[in-house]
Design a protein around this ligand. Sequence first.
Ligand code: SF4
Ligand code: SF4
Length: 89
Amino acid sequence: MIIEDKLRQTRFSVDEVPHIRVNSEVCQDCADKPCLYVCPVQNYTLKDGEVTFIWHSCVECGACRIACLKGAIDWSYPRGGFGVCLRYG
Ligand code: SF4
Ligand code: SF4
């Protein structure tokens, strides 16, 4: 099963309180912006030269937290009862 098939098996209970916050001021000095490439659901995008972030489809993999070497990402799991439900592994 390829990753796109696995992602189609996910369900979300979206918490409107973001469980990940990005300090966009730090992003302005980040040349490579690895967060744009590691997120499996493309939650990080570049718009008019600035990184924008949404959390609604986050699969809680933690890749962005590891990839951001500038400490711009404040990462936590969603509150209890919210977040992703992964099916079939
Ligand atoms: S890797 Fe971190 S600092 Fe760089 S653009 Fe992404 S969130 Fe911002
Ligand atoms: S934890 Fe994973 S899925 Fe969620 S925003 Fe970060 S890289 Fe994307």
